[in-house]
Design a protein around this ligand. Structure first.
Ligand code: NAP
Length: 161
């Protein structure tokens, strides 16, 4: 898949390098200087390139607006994305995916599976508001309570239920 990032910092490079290694085409955009953007693209991988937000997403969003497909998914911490392994206690991290577009709720988990993350179809976009407090709780536990970035909220489910 061709994937454009608006933001070439911790998350853009952390996610970008894993998706590039899984064979996806990556474009990084949005930094304060072109040098920093080029360095970020180089760090992501040989096949990654830098561009403007328009090349990464703008054109597509502009074409699709006002009916653009929006997907909300709060990612694991950038420290985890940049570390050698995403596994925490041998478990894959989870990402709760909300969108009004059913196909997007299938596409994003498949993309996340490419890099070893469990994407959980969490229903419509209006439910995304509940992912924010969960993200804030995990962030507080990591950085205020000192648990560090190798933590994640997962969903466990009895498949027979
Ligand atoms: N870090 C995490 O673990 C984490 C987890 C989940 C969600 N998030 C969210 O993901 C987003 C990105 O986080 P991050 O940690 O990747 O941040 P970051 O490392 O600070 O990266 C931000 C990117 O945006 C660019 N940028 C910021 N202000 C800009 C401006 N005025 N003009 C041009 N470029 C600008 C920065 O360029 P420069 O480097 O040139 O400043 C950089 O490429 C945030 O909304 C954050 O809340 C982060």
């Amino acid at each position: 898949m061709k994937i454009g990032f608006v933001g070439a910092g911790n998350v853009g490079t952390g996610l970008g390098k894993r998706l590039a290694a899984a064979g996806h085409e990556i474009i990084l955009s949005f930094a304060r200087t072109p040098d920093k953007l080029a360095a970020a693209a180089a760090a992501v991988g040989r096949t990654a390139r830098s561009g403007t937000p328009e090349t990464a997403a703008g054109e597509e969003i502009a074409r699709a607006a006002p009916g653009a497909m929006v997907v909300k998914a709060v990612l694991p911490f950038a420290e985890l994305l940049h570390s050698d392994s995403l596994l925490i206690e041998r478990r894959r991290p989870a990402v709760f995916v909300c969108s009004d577009d059913r196909s997007a709720r299938l596409t994003l988990p498949s993309l996340l599976a490419d890099i070893g993350i469990d994407g959980i179809d969490s229903g419509p976009l209006k439910r995304a508001r509940f992912t924010e407090p969960l993200g804030m709780l995990v962030t507080n536990l990591a950085y205020v309570e000192g648990m560090g970035a190798r933590i994640n909220a997962v969903l466990i489910r009895d498949p027979s239920a």
